[in-house]
Design a protein around this ligand. Structure first.
Ligand code: SF4
Ligand code: SF4
Length: 425
């Protein structure tokens, strides 16, 4: 494959009249980039982003999305800001949660993603509980061949995926590819990537079931029922591994008691490398589902600002790993992520970043990684606390290689910095 162009505006020498928002507008309108002419009159443009988990303080600032909304309108399109329902992580708060549509829209509102601030509707792309999906067959999928992409992205005329580029606790890094492989699939796709699908879910201890029925009511696929003793029964053939039943049933049980009291469980923990490969199976299905016969309906903006080791779905922000890099754009999800990974690798680590201090987490301590503080040394993966320690060095590379194996882009790119030149007096 030939090299793909990745365009960039950087963050250097920012000043009034030449802010990052101005530079984003410059990128949009640049002749060689071709973004402004991509949109045709009255096309519905899905702007797929991430609104940040509860208490996440490094999520994308809404003003970037507002600018993109304005630019979509200026180009003749009709903008729609969207996101998909998340898995059960955020169940500690019942009202502002990623785990269901109303909760996520409410949470988005708290983070400044609402129609008032953005001048565009903010609506889930996969329904109230992440089950509104369009099925795409991906023959090349290593683990997932039946991809459940968010239906909304099928309906939109075009999709612009806007990601905060950062590290990721489970996948090494999160950018365009992870948006495709997790953010753009329904709960079935997310469950398939994280937990290996419904066949891997089981009832570990039916004797603990009190017969309250809460899990049966919330299960989106009617995979749960009672037996004659009013104890819970699980049907793996109907289950999509959304784990909503886990959240409902185990809510409020202290972590130290969970091992003994849990009713639902996962049969086999999916290794990190396999999880990432599953995500890329999904990513390829989503690309196919949106682009149909290769139509030009999908493009990517990575905002490499506030680059943390944590991802947007963590309920925490954290100190920055490296300095801000800029805003990148491409038609190729691999090339844009590869360019961002390379920029971050080249950058020096920031003082008091987790690379310098290490990370304490409920999943164990990660000691400082002083080598990641040096320019030209790997950053991503080394602090990914959900990744098996033996896989941390290779998890970022695995994501890129798995995406490449799926044929959704190229790792070869030309990085073209189009930051406006300063006028000399
Ligand atoms: S499995 Fe849990 S949530 Fe479901 S009925 Fe039994 S106790 Fe209630
Ligand atoms: S059984 Fe649980 S994990 Fe499976 S689909 Fe129902 S709620 Fe989701």
């Amino acid at each position: 494959m030939s090299k793909t162009k990745v365009f960039m505006v950087n963050t250097k020498e920012i000043e009034a009249g030449d802010s990052l928002i101005d530079r984003l507008e410059h990128l949009w309108g640049h002749e060689e980039v071709g973004l402004k002419d991509w949109i045709e009159k009255d096309e519905i443009i899905a702007i797929k982003s991430h609104f940040g988990s509860r208490n996440q303080t490094r999520h994308l600032r809404p003003m970037y999305i507002r600018k993109i909304v304005d630019l979509v309108r200026k180009s003749g399109g009709i903008p729609w800001v969207c996101e998909g329902v998340g898995l059960f992580w955020d169940e500690r708060n019942k009202e502002a949660t990623m785990s269901n549509g109303p909760g996520f829209v409410y949470l988005a509102n708290q983070h400044g993603f609402n129609i008032g601030a953005l001048n565009a509707p903010v609506i889930m792309d996969d329904g109230i509980v992440g089950t509104e999906v369009f099925r795409v067959h991906n023959e090349k999928g290593k683990y997932i061949k039946d991809v459940a992409m968010a239906m909304g992205l099928r309906i939109a005329d075009k999709t612009l995926i806007v990601s905060r580029f950062k590290g990721h606790d489970g996948a090494g890094f999160g950018g365009a590819l992870k948006q495709l492989g997790i953010g753009c699939v329904g709960n079935e796709g997310k469950g398939g990537a994280h937990w290996g699908g419904g066949q891997n879910i089981y009832v570990k201890n039916a004797a603990n079931c009190t017969g309250c029925g809460k899990c049966i009511r919330i299960c989106p696929t009617q995979a749960l029922s009672f037996d004659e003793n009013k104890k819970i029964v699980h049907d793996p053939d109907k289950c999509i591994a959304c784990t909503m039943c886990f959240a409902k049933c185990h809510y409020g049980i202290p972590p130290q008691e969970l091992k003994e009291k849990r009713i639902f469980a996962v049969r086999r923990q999916i290794p990190s490398i396999e999880q990432v490969e599953r995500m890329m199976d999904n990513a390829a299905g989503v690309v196919k589902g949106i682009k149909s016969d290769g139509e030009d309906r999908l493009r990517y903006i990575n905002i490499a600002i506030d680059i943390t080791s944590h991802c947007d779905c963590m309920s925490a922000g954290g100190n920055l790993l490296v300095p801000d890099q800029g805003i990148l754009y491409s038609i190729d999800p691999i090339a844009i992520d590869q360019a961002c990974v390379d920029l971050v690798t080249k950058a020096p680590g920031l003082p008091e970043s987790p690379a310098e201090t290490g990370l304490d987490s409920p999943h164990g301590r990660i000691d400082p990684v002083p080598e990641a503080m040096e320019p030209d040394n790997l950053k991503f993966g080394l602090l990914s606390r959900f990744v098996d320690p033996d896989s941390r060095q290779i998890i970022a590379e695995t994501q890129l290689a798995a995406a490449y194996a799926q044929g959704i882009g190229t790792r070869e790119y030309d990085l073209i910095d189009i930051t406006p030149k300063k006028k000399k007096n």
